[in-house]
Write a protein that binds this ligand. Structure first.
Ligand code: NAP
Length: 291
């Protein structure tokens, strides 16, 4: 292996420590802790694990976590009414409805019901629009975590060629927006891209967010590229990413492992967004460097 390993666990731990430090200062000044409400509908096992992890991380950061677990057959109207109550609750700074939702619920109706100024997931169209137009707002946690890892490896990203593989609203599109804002030259690839390898050969930065195990091969990469693997795929041999780690690590300059790369950054960025929300809502100054 020639690539340096990008240690997402260590980077996430230092971000969480910085957030906890700022939370203590916020709580002393505002007279209350930042509050994050997490809503889970149904009992999807992966979602339950994520919600538990978010609750634990919230408490460890000194924040108030409010967990709302609703049965799988909860009517959409009841979920929307809960979102309305959380929107109106002054002690709630962040609202997160865990996806996926059961099929009888329209996820986009729920996402757009969340007050954009409490939308710490950054999925509301208002926040997507703010990101696209360079206005301050909430940035989705996973791409934000990827950007932090990239800055940690490469420093300034200006002028670099970046290929984002995947165009979802949760990862690929906001990732591309963040890289454009960093003055990268950005290509977004997807399932209809004709020759992915041809694009990847030019890329100084590759962000893979596809959901197909080991799809991106080392031979396709530019030597020295920085590779961020967002994919989480459960296989018979355990969790693997979208990048074929064994071959990519022979060519890349730096690469994230799966697990232990992007995953831990997502929760750390959720805590960061919640603190930012609380600080904005209470008019308390905080100092959270992004780099
Ligand atoms: P998604 O909504 O399913 O989007 C996948 C994207 O990949 C789509 O844009 C799709 O193209 C594209 N794609 C599919 N096959 C392709 C191919 N052969 N070549 C190029 N592009 C292809 O997935 P997502 O929500 O963005 O998540 C992607 C992966 O990241 C999943 O493994 C997920 O579990 C993981 N994830 C991890 C975290 C974390 O915290 N680490 C967070 C979120 C997601 P089309 O648009 O043309 O269909």
């Amino acid at each position: 292996m020639t690539a340096a390993l990008i240690d997402g666990r260590a980077r996430a731990a230092s971000l969480r420590a910085a957030v906890a430090d700022q939370v203590a200062g916020f709580t002393a000044r505002a007279g209350r802790a930042p509050g994050l409400a997490v809503v889970l509908v149904g009992e999807d096992p992966a979602s339950s694990v994520y919600v538990r992890a978010k609750g634990k991380a919230t408490a460890e950061a000194g924040m108030r976590g409010l967990e709302h677990r609703l049965p799988a057959d909860t009517p959409e109207a009841d979920l929307l009414a809960l979102v309305d109550r959380l929107n109106a609750d002054p002690s709630v700074d962040g609202i997160l409805v865990q996806l996926p939702l059961p099929p009888h619920i329209d996820a986009s109706r729920v996402t757009t019901r969340i007050d954009p100024d409490k939308d710490v997931d950054g999925f509301h169209p208002v926040n997507a629009g703010r990101l696209a137009t360079g206005l301050p707002g909430f940035v989705p946690c996973t791409p934000l975590g990827c950007l932090m890892l990239l800055r940690g490896v490469r420093g300034h990203l200006s002028g670099l060629e970046a290929v984002v593989v995947g165009r979802s609203s949760i990862v690929g599109k906001p990732m591309a927006q963040l890289l454009i804002a960093e003055s990268c030259t950005v290509t977004v690839a997807h399932s209809r891209t004709r020759d992915l390898a041809d694009h990847l050969r030019r890329a100084d930065i590759v962000v893979a967010a596809v959901g197909r195990p080991n799809m991106i091969r080392g031979e396709w990469l530019k030597p020295g590229a920085t590779v961020i693997d967002v994919g989480i795929n459960r296989t018979g041999t355990g969790l693997v990413g979208d990048v074929d780690f064994a071959s990519a690590a022979q060519v890349a300059g730096a690469i994230t492992p799966v697990p232990g790369g992007v995953g831990p950054m997502t929760i750390a960025c959720l805590l960061r967004n919640t603190l930012m929300s609380a600080a904005r809502r209470e008019g308390v100054a905080i100092d959270l460097s992004l780099s």
